[in-house]
Design a protein around this ligand. Structure first.
Ligand code: ARG
Length: 246
């Protein structure tokens, strides 16, 4: 009798698992991200939960779709694959709309604009992009910063798994500069002494949400939700909570 009961429980659990509880299903919205990118996604020191602008946007979208948000933290360069293979429903990671990525995923309408900037030591002779020729440049692997650094003449590109590791290498004089997105750059520079951000921005970019190629149903739902968040002022509210205007 006991045995039968245990069997029924495990059967019930198997059914639940098959129905997709805990995985990607119509009830959950699985978000692939790389939580090394403040203020968009990072671990809150106190709670050890992943928080940030992207998390709140994804949560607001999930709420509108009536689905439960589930966050999967992974290497940045795994996100596009996770989305294109259906392991995750959406990629939300301060991700720039980019032609190479568009071969594997579709992007929502942009939810914010961003820029790549250059970080150097305070006493560096590097004053702008032109001075990067022949220098060693740190980037986060697989990011647009990586792509730009790759194009700089004679530059030695050092690729790190985390943007923060590139900053550490710069602080320790192991590299000459870091190319990274502006808002994370501001956070990292404020937390590390002796660094500065050069005024000249490298490129302007649009951040958007990635979905599996051809999943127009989800894409339309996301765009609709995003539009509502823009119209109601909620999107700006989320951004203002994490980014204080200069
Ligand atoms: N915007 C850049 C890109 O799309 C960097 C994004 C990095 N995001 C992250 N969560 N680590 O490549």
């Amino acid at each position: 009798m006991k045995k039968k009961f245990a069997f029924l429980i495990s059967l019930g659990m198997a059914v639940l698992a098959a129905a997709g509880c805990g995985g990607s299903s119509s009830e959950t919205l699985v978000m692939a991200t790389n939580a090394e990118f403040p203020p968009y996604e990072y671990y809150d020191d106190a709670t050890q939960e992943i928080v940030g602008i992207d998390v709140e946007i994804a949560q607001a979208i999930a709420d509108k779709l009536g689905r439960e948000l589930k966050i999967e933290d992974m290497a940045f360069d795994s996100i596009v694959t996770a989305v294109s293979t259906g392991k995750a429903d959406i990629g939300v990671a301060g991700m720039t709309i980019d032609a190479d990525r568009l071969e594997f995923v579709d992007f929502s309408d942009p939810y914010t604009t961003a820029a790549q900037v250059i970080i150097v030591k305070e006493d560096s002779e590097i004053a702008g992009p032109d001075d990067l020729v022949g220098k060693s440049i740190g980037v986060q692997l697989g990011t647009t910063g990586d792509i730009f650094a790759d194009d700089i003449e004679d530059a030695a590109v050092e690729r790190f798994n985390k943007g923060f590791e590139a900053i550490q290498a710069l602080s320790q004089d192991k590299i000459d500069a870091v190319i990274i997105d502006r808002e994370p750059a501001k956070v990292f520079v404020s937390e590390n002494e002796g660094l500065k951000i050069l005024d000249e921005e490298y490129t302007l970019e649009d951040y958007a949400i990635a979905v599996k190629k051809g999943n127009t149903e989800l894409l339309d739902e996301i765009n609709e939700a995003l539009q509502e968040l823009k119209d109601s002022g909620k999107l700006q509210e989320i951004i203002d909570k994490y980014i204080t205007a200069e």
